[in-house]
Design a protein around this ligand. Structure first.
Ligand code: BEZ
Ligand code: MG
Length: 443
């Protein structure tokens, strides 16, 4: 990793010369990806999920259910699960295996070992009820894994069609209830794979948060549901089904996504709160006015290749990332070595943290308090940030003030006042009118 082979690699490629092949994937799971800058080959779509991913997915499914029960909740009838493309490629389809395991299904392979569809695990072997899994796909998953979309849709349809008792098969229970209320066929009532329309990506919740263009969090839910309201059935073709999506979301008891890799946290990029945060808010809106946001869990298997892993609540995950990244001098000093881009990364983390408050309300107030103390109320740090990147520094102050305006934390009046003055100073620096006189400088 200390050597850069990438520029040399791309120049060879542009010259039309030979580049050695190399596997793609996750740095820790597949160290053979190094050195980068080679001709990476991806995956065989007919072999995802792999046998290992099916086994590992089953373990992660039980781990998620155990955590939810340990937190004092009932066994969940419905779970919302976010599937991305990259994490499935890096784990041979681990999260796909997990969704199948929750439903109580496995992939079926033909005599050449190629993926051919889904099959149900008998209830006696499963040993617990089939969970209703509402799956939402990223646009990248939709583009990369069309066979797996059909696999998941078939698993949901087979479960809804199985002649099994209501209390052992929640997909069937909910699909029959939907049919009784709305009519239509079982094929429609059992649609559980949702995503964007063809050619569209993301839920836009991230850009609403980034631009502060929202008043009520229900607007975020509305945007999410409109963007992700396309159901993918066994044919693999999307059909707009926003009402069905709302109906299934109303029954969801927890939302879940697993981390992509050790390189990314849920506050590193804005797409985690866009997808998992967005669906959490959509669940709350679908349930109605007085509903709480359902528990949100993050699966972390990024460090263990032996099948171990951890399930954290969103609140725990954000706290962990805040302590190990944002408030950790090793992390932020490392960032600041990169100059203006490092300050921008700090700003991005603050904005993403606020995205989680906006969508789930599950960020603890101390997170904002300590970020404020570390980056805004320490005059020396504030000055360093402002010198390196005046725009992003002012944005950090404004974001923290916005979080207070929206009541995501309630700072003491003295802290709020100091933060306001720090923000004004940073705006002055940005406009080039900052003078370091006692009355012009923040405490
Ligand atoms: C994906 O692989 O699906 C994905 C990766 C990064 C952001 C959003 C989606
Ligand atoms: Mg941005």
């Amino acid at each position: 990793m200390a050597e850069d082979h990438e520029i040399a690699g791309i120049l060879r490629a542009l010259d039309g010369r030979y580049l050695r092949p190399a596997p793609g994937g996750d740095l820790l799971r597949t160290p053979a990806i190094l050195p980068t800058g080679r001709n990476l080959h991806g995956f065989d779509p007919f072999r995802i999920p792999s046998a290992y991913a099916v086994q590992d997915g089953a373990r992660q499914a039980e781990r998620l259910l155990a955590r939810h029960l340990a937190d004092g909740n009932d066994f969940p009838e419905s779970i919302a699960m976010v599937l991305w493309g990259t994490d499935n490629l890096k784990s041979e389809g681990g999260p796909i295996g997990q969704a199948l395991a929750l439903i109580g299904a496995t992939p079926r392979f033909d005599s050449y070992g190629r993926l051919a569809g889904a099959q149900l695990v008998p209830l006696a072997q499963l040993g617990r009820p089939r969970v209703d899994v509402v799956i939402t796909l990223s646009g990248i998953f939709r583009d990369l894994l069309p066979l797996q979309i059909k696999l998941l849709a078939e698993a949901a349809f087979l479960a809804a069609s199985a002649d099994e008792p209501d209390d052992q098969n929640f997909i069937r229970k909910h699909a029959l209830a939907y049919q009784a209320e709305h009519g239509g066929d079982l094929e429609t009532a059992s649609l559980r794979v949702f995503g964007n329309a063809e050619g569209a990506y993301g839920s836009n919740v991230n850009s609403l948060v980034d631009n502060s263009r929202w008043d009520d969090a229900d607007e975020l839910a509305e945007t999410y549901t409109r963007r992700k309201g396309f159901a993918y059935g066994r044919s693999g073709r999307p059909v707009q089904q926003a009402a069905l999506l709302n109906s299934v979301l109303a029954g969801v008891q927890l939302a879940y996504q697993s981390l992509d890799s050790v390189e990314l946290g849920v506050t590193t990029i804005d797409t985690y709160f866009d997808t998992l945060g967005g669906i959490s808010r959509a669940v709350k809106r679908a349930k109605g006015v007085d509903a709480q946001v359902a528990p949100v869990y993050i699966g972390d298997q990024t460090r263990d290749s032996d099948g171990a892993g951890t399930v954290r609540t969103l609140s725990e995950q954000v706290a962990l990332e805040t302590r190990t990244r944002m408030l950790n001098p090793k992390w932020y000093e490392g960032m600041l070595e990169h100059g203006y881009e490092g300050v921008r990364q700090i700003e991005v983390h603050v904005t993403n943290t606020m995205g989680w408050s906006a969508t789930t309300g599950q960020v603890q107030p101390w997170v904002y308090q300590q970020i404020t103390e570390t980056f805004m109320l320490d005059p020396a740090m504030r000055q360093r940030l402002a010198r390196l990147n005046p725009t992003a520094s002012a944005q950090v102050a404004n974001r923290l003030l916005e979080a207070s305006d929206r009541q995501f934390w309630k700072p003491d009046p003295s802290v709020l006042d100091a933060l306001r003055r720090a923000g004004e100073e940073l705006e002055d620096r940005l406009e080039g009118v900052y003078s370091n006189s006692p009355e012009g400088s923040a405490a």
